[in-house]
Design a protein around this ligand. Sequence first.
Ligand code: ATP
Ligand code: MG
Length: 586
Amino acid sequence: MHRDVIEKPRTWAVVPNVLEYERARSEFSWAAARAALDGLPGGHGLNIAHEAVDRHAGGRLRDRVALRFLAAAGARTELSYRQLAAETARFANALRALGVGRGDRVFALLGRVPELYVAALGTLKNGSVFCPLFSAFGPEPVRARLELGGARVLVTTEELYRRKVAGIRGALSSLEHVLLAGDAAPAEIPGARALAPLLAGAAPRFEIPPTDPEDLALLHFTSGTTGRPKGAMHVHEAVVAHHATGRIALDLHDDDVFWCTADPGWVTGTSYGIVAPLACGVTSVVDEAEFDADRWYRILEEERVSVWYTAPTAVRMLMKAGAELARGRDLSRLRFVASVGEPLNPEGVVWGLDALGLPVHDNWWQTETGGIMIANLAAMAVRPGSMGRPLPGITAAVVARGPDGRVVEVAEPGVEGELALAPGWPSMFRGYLGDEARYRACFAEGWYLTGDLVRRDADGYFWFVGRKDDVIKSAGHLIGPFEVESALLEHPAVAEAAAIGKPDPVALEFVKAFVSLKPGYAPSEALRLELIGFGRSRLGRAVAPKELDFLPALPRTRSGKIMRRLLKARELGLPEGDTSTLEGGA
Ligand code: ATP
Ligand code: MG
C-alpha cells in the first residue's frame, strides 16, 4: 500500500501545541523556551532535576503520578512528583555523604527499575554527572565505558555486579563506591553499600546547589552502529530543548500518559524516557520487560497511553506479529505516535493507520544533538518515508564539499548531500569524551555535520538517504540502503531488510541485500529469485540488489539499529570491528 501524503484533520479533540509550522518557526526563540522553565530558586542557575521534578513537587502537580513502573513480573509501582522529589533528594544526600560532588561521574548498570530513575535525577540534583549503561552489556563494554568515563560511583545490582563488573574491577582505578539496589552489600565487594538502607537513612529534602547551565550533566555513548561508540557530553542547559521538543515534537499536553519504549542506556531513553516527559509534567510509563507484541498492546490499552514514542525496529516487529493482535484492544486513548532511531519505512508509517488508527510520525536526531531536530509534527501532513521538517529553533541544511574541499550549502531541492545543522541549540553536545579532535572534525564553515545523507524536497521535508558510511557507490550512482530496504519491505514475505555494497571490478560496488522473513515464509531458491525480481521491478536494474541472502534475524545494536557494517565485514571476511553494542552479543 502506498500513500504519498497522509493529511491531518481540520478539527481536533486535543489541539496540537503547534498548529501552524511556519508561524511557530518565526515566533520561536530559545530565550522564550528558557523562560518557560523556572530556573533554580534565587537565580542560582539551571538544573535538569529541578525542572523535571522539584518545580512540580511543590505545586499543582505534586500528587500526579510522575513515573509508573511496570515490573517484568507484573507489579506496578508509582511515584508521584512529590515522592520522586523526596526519593531523588535522598539519593543526592547519600551521594553528598559519600563525598561525591560536582562533576563526579555516577554510572548506572541497571534494568528499567525505579532505582535507575531515582539515581539519574538524584545524581543531577547533586551536580554530579550521570551515565546510564545498558544492563545487557557484557563485561568488556562495561569496562571500556567506566574507564573512559572515569566512574567514581556505580549503581547496579549484586547479580549484575558479579556477572559483569567483578572480573574487570581491577582495571577500574577511579571506582570507589558501588551502590547495590536492595538491602544487602556483601563485604567482599570493595566499596559496596546497600542502596535501600542508604536511602532510608538519608533526608528527603535536598537543596540543589547553584548549577551553571554549562555544567556537565549527562554522558551518553553513541549506539556504535558505524564504529566504536563515542561518549557525547551534555550539560544542564539541555533541559530547555528537552522541554521544548517534548511539547513541540511529541505534542505533550498536561494530562498525557506518555510511554517511551527506549532504555535509558540509549540517549532516547534518557532525553525522552526521563527528562522531557517530567519537565512537561506528564505521567510517564516505564516497562521493565523486553519487547513482546501482545504485552505492548496490553500496556497501550491498560495504561491508557495517549502519546507513544518508539522505534522503527519495534514497528517492524509489531508488523511481523500482525495487525490482528491490535484489533481486540481499545486504543482509543492513543492520539500521537512517534518513532526515532532509524529510517521509518513508508510501510511502517502506513501500518500505524491500520493497526493503531494513527500514522507513525518519524523524527530524526542523534546522541550528539541531545534532542529531536527534525520531525513530523502532530498538525502536519505526513509524507511517509520523510523524517519531517526542522523544529522551530533549528536550522538544517543540505551541504556538500565544493571542488576546493570547502563545505557549501546546496540550496536547490532534491539534491543529495550531508545533513548539517547550525549550532547553538541548548542540547547540543559539548564534546566527545577524550576525543577533542573528533569533536572538532564535526564542524566546518559554521555547520555541525551529522554524518547522515539526506535530500530536502521543495516544501522543506527532509528525506533520509543513508549514513555516509553505509552509502553504496555503484556504476556512478550513489545508492542509499534505505531506498533498497524500503522497496523489499513492500513484499509480503519480508520482515526486515538490509542492503550493503559489495566490491565489483566494473561497477565499483553492487548492492547485496539480506532479509529476514515473516512467520509463515521459509527461505527457498524460488523466493530468492522472486525477491530479486521484485526489487528490480521497484528499483530498476541499477539500484536493485543483485545478490540476496536470507538470515533468521539481522544483526542489531542494543538500541535496535541494523548494523550494516557488520553484515559487510562478515560478507567480505573482514574484521568485525567494535561489536560491544551488538544485541545478543554480550
Ligand atoms: P554511532 O554514531 O556510534 O555509529 P549511531 O549513530 O547509531 O551510532 P545514535 O546517536 O544512537 O548512534 O543514532 C543516531 C543516528 O541514527 C543518526 O545519525 C541517523 O543515522 C540514525 N537515525 C536516527 N533517527 C533517524 C530517522 N528518523 N531516520 C533515519 N535515520 C535516523
Ligand atoms: Mg552516530
